[in-house]
Design a protein around this ligand. Structure first.
Ligand SMILES: [Zn+2]
Length: 639
């Protein structure tokens, strides 16, 4: 749909001197400065509607992969051949395609290696996006269409393929390719290996998302900002040493070849068990003769997956392997015998998948698998990488957090290279409630949901804090801006603005409407307004687009001529939120009043006329200390 061209009108106005305009109309030239003014969002259309839903003409591209790869631990190398089937469902003819070739993150002259930035460390979270000195890089041996090499140009981790003739709307093509790379010990915190244990991801040439909003979303991979990819199906054959076990995205297609008879029998048992069944026991781990049908040479594992946006795998010779069932979903944990705390990881995994499924959206895949290894925490469809954490609490947090990413962004496919708050933030929000449930009755469990609010004073530092809308590669405090602040935002919206029932229904509708699709921030804002029935532009402005700060105050309390009490309140900060008052009467009784955000409709002062004539002795604003009020000294009367 064409958007009406307003340029002509603007040019005519611009020829009139501004002072003359102001003289003609007092309103002209005066911007609406109300905190309730509408956000400026892209115009809705038949692809993305005003309700925030995908429209009647919503489209997204489809990229499906057939890959054959060999992991050679002796050479520390992955070699692959395969093809991408790319379907152009857009209304546009595409003269070129963009792909990600992300092993070049670690090439000697990469942005990441040149800048060599130290890890960001916040509390227990480490963000090491470097290659830790490893200088490798990927080699694309060939890339062909119908047998002919394509013209291709690489810029770091992105690759442009110029087509001989544009790919017409509705047409598809097959891109055949061969490539190899040396596996870094630490590939930007996303993949790597620890001796013979390999966690392989961001490992094959992958199609960049082409969409209606921005065209090609080819933000380069430089470490921060994980990945943003199209949905499609995968058919992957992985050849590894015969003594290795493999776990991967997708369903194992050849269990008869690659698993022993006892392992298949134990898996059948696990599929009927609420608690972990050992598929490979501690005593068996590392002994190929007891865990593998063949112990010499190589073996090929075959996996297929539908409707996923990526494919990752792990392989190693020394795994314990536990499995259980939740509602037809196989919950699997693979870990080295030295990771003793991981005996509980299967239960932690199962509880997380169960909670997120029941609370938000049913887990749509056949298995949910976690690998213990060197990576600090990373998520791929059906498969996550988690380290051997020092404590139960930390292990549960990382296991559940990486699985939370199955919802954001594996199911709800937002753009991680641009909007960390929509995946890390939404995920942290759902994780907090899950951790509180898992550790209920302990000091940790009963306090964890308040952590983001308690972090506010240390992280929301004027001049340093950045709006949530900032790109992840430009965020100085990713722990706050990517994770904790957006979690606090969602908690505040749920508990202090909409209420749990109203929020949950709207957020579930957002997840349902955008499952396996690509929502933008505007789609999310519109969906939450449409489904909750509440205008929320003021809320998103305060939390997402600005670093507005809240300072609600009691200015004074006065007795009216009719004997009643008026409480004079002001909003002295730049953020608006509803207010809550605890009012103490002369007889010692305390009553709580919740005032809706509309109290600030007419400006930053509000006179609350308390019903009745009972004498008031004290008033406290935000008595539960539930809001991030930056100055509590003005929250009580008498001062
Ligand atoms: Zn995360």
């Amino acid at each position: 749909m064409r958007i009406p061209n307003l340029f002509g009108v603007a040019c005519v106005l611009a020829t009139v001197p501004l002072a003359a305009l102001r003289a003609q109309s007092g309103a002209a030239g005066v911007a609406d400065s109300s905190p309730f003014r509408p956000l400026t969002l892209p115009a809705p259309n038949d692809v993305r509607t005003g309700s925030g839903r995908p429209g009647a003409h919503y489209w997204q591209q489809r990229a499906s992969y057939r890959l054959n790869a060999t992991l050679d631990p002796d050479k520390n190398e992955v070699r692959g051949r395969g093809a991408i089937h790319y379907v152009n469902r857009s209304p546009d003819a595409l003269p070129y395609l963009w792909l990600f070739v992300e092993q070049n993150l670690c090439e000697p002259a990469s942005i990441t290696n040149l800048l060599n930035q130290p890890p960001l460390v916040f509390l227990g979270s480490t963000f090491d996006f470097s290659c830790q000195g490893f200088a490798g890089g990927g080699t694309l041996e060939s890339m062909k269409i119908r047998g002919a090499e394509v013209k291709r140009t690489r810029y770091g981790t992105t690759l442009r393929v110029d087509l001989a003739r544009p790919l017409a709307p509705g047409d598809s093509l097959d891109l055949e390719m061969g490539w190899h790379f040396n596996v870094p010990p630490q590939g930007g915190g996303r993949m790597g290996h620890d001796g013979p244990l390999y966690e392989i991801a961001q490992w094959y040439p992958r199609m960049v998302v082409y969409d209606d909003v921005r065209g090609w979303n080819h933000e380069p991979y430089i470490g921060a900002g994980e990945f943003y990819l199209e949905y499609g199906s995968f058919d992957v054959s992985l050849t590894v040493p015969a003594g290795y076990l493999v776990a991967a995205t997708g369903e194992l297609a050849n269990p008869l070849q690659v698993l022993t008879a006892p392992q298949r029998a134990r898996l059948a048992l696990a599929r009927r068990s609420d608690t972990a069944v050992a598929i490979v026991t501690a005593a068996e781990a590392g002994q190929a003769a007891r865990t593998r049908p063949v112990t010499t040479g190589t073996m090929t594992w075959h996996f297929t997956a539908k409707n996923v946006r990526d494919f990752a795998f792990a392989a190693g010779p020394n795994f314990r392997w536990d499995a259980s069932d939740y509602d037809g979903i196989l919950i699997e944990t693979f870990y080295r015998p030295k990771a003793t705390g991981w005996v509980e990881a299967n239960r932690m995994s199962r509880e997380a998948i169960k909670y997120f499924s029941e609370q938000w959206y049913r887990y749509p895949y056949s298995h949910a698998t976690t690998i213990e290894g060197p990576i600090e925490g990373m998520e791929y469809p059906m498969l996550t990488f988690v380290p051997a954490s020092p404590s139960r609490e930390e292990l549960q947090w990382v296991v559940a957090h990486e699985f939370g990413h199955e919802w954001f962004p594996m199911i709800v496919g937002s753009n991680e290279r641009l909007y960390p708050w929509m995946d890390e933030g939404f995920n942290t929000f759902i994780d907090l409630a899950n951790a509180a449930k898992y550790f209920k009755g302990t000091a940790y469990g009963d306090s964890i949901e308040v952590h983001p609010l308690h972090l506010y004073a240390d992280h929301a530092v004027p001049g340093n804090e950045q709006p949530l809308i900032t790109k992840p590669t430009e965020v100085r405090d990713l722990f706050w801006g990517g994770y904790q602040k957006p979690a606090l935002m969602m908690q505040t919206l749920r508990c202090e603005v909409l209420g749990p029932e109203r929020f949950d229904a709207a957020f579930r509708e957002y997840i349902r409407a955008w499952a396996f699709k690509h929502p933008t921030p505007a789609d999310f804002f519109r969906m939450m307004r449409d489904a909750s029935g509440m205008e929320l532009d003021w809320f998103w402005r305060g939390w997402v687009f600005t670093t507005a700060r809240l300072d609600q105050a009691i200015d004074s309390v006065a007795t009216r001529r009719d004997g009643g009490t008026t409480i004079y309140l002001s909003n002295r900060g730049t953020m608006v939120l509803p207010a809550e008052l605890a009012i103490t009467f002369a007889d010692g009784r305390i009553t709580t009043v919740k005032l809706p955000v509309e109290m600030w409709n007419l400006g930053s002062s509000f006179a609350y006329r308390l019903p009745g004539t009972m004498h008031v002795t004290a008033v406290t604003l935000d008595p539960r200390k539930a809001l991030p009020d930056i100055n509590r000294a003005n929250n009580s009367w008498p001062r």
